[in-house]
Design a protein around this ligand. Structure first.
Ligand SMILES: Nc1ncnc2c1ncn2[C@@H]1O[C@H](COP(=O)(O)OP(=O)(O)OP(=O)(O)O)[C@@H](O)[C@H]1O
Length: 337
């Protein structure tokens, strides 16, 4: 089950030109995972996301959600299926003239929800997103985070199997972003809902996603689990995104020569926390000073970076590099400019 895009493409025909927003793409998103799509503006993320619920019709190919071929459905069948695919937006899309309670109730009314159970369902949703005390508030009196919580409650009203998030945290400050991402993780975990989110921030991917697809120029150029994307990015665009989290620059006073070299080591898995530096000091007759260092935790697994300034005999520096190359779980990192 899950979400399958098979040879899907989308071209917009404008008056004087065609825009190939999504080139022919195959993508499988597993049932119950949180899949992140990252890319620069114009990469095609929104187009791909909107193809999953057929808000955009594909120019070619098939969209299959939990075994149902969406592009084979009639408009009426599609409307019914769409209730099983919730969506939240950067600008929240609330109805300003309705209270928080009425905003959620509106979605249930539109789907002809059983009237006798409606109040209970709204209250349950308010509880789930932590807004019970705001149920009679107006959208204009809510913070951005609270507005997005209403958006999430609306999207979950009809018990969807899939939740699509279109830059859902881009209008929020970092702390509020973290809280909303925590809520999305809880929803994914407790309700088993598959989540697809698009973002231009690697922090969001790191915080919440299980797997990630990197988009550039209408294509998914790289797909992997989040740890692998951070530890071994392949494509230059991916390397650029990843570098943002350990933004090391070589200090300008350091002049690199044969006997003065900057080496950045990457520590993988449990080695990220082991004390390799002591070993390096002990084994090599070199002056080693630490210029920068950081450990990231990605889905609970550590990934460490350590930038060293190494001075001494160039042959011995070569030995140190060979030691790093031979040691399991550590390797030299490229510094992507
Ligand atoms: N309805 C449309 N009509 C014409 N061109 C469109 C339409 N929607 C998107 N595009 C074009 O398709 C390309 C991909 O746009 P899309 O919005 O999918 O990218 P994105 O990665 O989501 O960017 P952003 O982060 O800025 O939203 C862009 O060149 C965009 O101008």
């Amino acid at each position: 089950m899950g979400i399958e895009l098979r040879e899907v493409s989308k071209t917009f025909e404008l008056k004087n030109r065609r825009v190939e927003a999504l080139k022919q793409t195959d993508l499988s998103i597993k049932d119950g995972e949180i899949f992140g799509l990252i890319g620069f503006s114009g990469a095609g993320k929104s187009t791909l996301l909107r193809l999953i619920n057929l808000l955009e019709r594909p120019t070619s190919g098939s969209v299959i959600v939990n075994g149902v071929v969406l592009d084979g459905l009639s408009e009426k069948e599609l409307r019914a299926r769409r209730q099983k695919i919730g969506m939240i937006f950067q600008q929240f899309n609330l109805i300003e003239s309705k209270t928080v309670y009425e905003n959620i109730e509106f979605v249930l009314k539109a789907s002809k929800y059983d009237r006798s159970k409606m109040a209970d369902r709204v209250n349950e949703l308010l509880e789930l997103v932590g807004l019970t005390d705001k149920k009679h508030s107006w959208p204009k009196n809510l913070s951005g985070g609270q507005k997005q919580r209403v958006g999430i409650a609306r999207a979950l009203a009809n018990e969807p199997e899939v939740l699509l998030c279109d830059e859902a945290t881009s209008a929020l400050d970092p702390d509020t972003t973290k809280n909303i991402l925590k809520l999305l993780k809880k929803i994914n975990h407790d309700l088993g809902i598959t989540i697809v989110l698009i973002t231009h921030e690697m922090e969001v991917i790191k915080e919440v996603a299980d797997r990630v697809g990197v988009m550039s120029d209408g294509e998914i150029i790289e797909t992997n689990d989040v740890y692998s994307i951070f530890s071994h990015p392949q494509h230059d665009v991916t390397k650029g995104f990843v570098q943002d989290i350990y933004d090391f620059v070589i200090p300008s006073h350091i002049r690199e020569t044969d006997s003065s070299q900057v080496i950045t080591i990457k520590f993988l898995d449990e080695n990220a926390e082991a004390n390799y530096v002591n070993q390096l000091y002990r084994h090599f007759d070199l002056d080693i000073s630490i210029l920068n260092g950081r450990i990231e935790y990605i889905n609970g697994m550590p990934l460490g970076f350590l930038m060293l300034h190494v001075q001494g005999d160039s042959g011995e520096i070569g030995n140190l590099r060979a030691f790093i190359a031979e040691s399991k779980g550590i390797e030299e990192a490229e510094i992507y400019e």
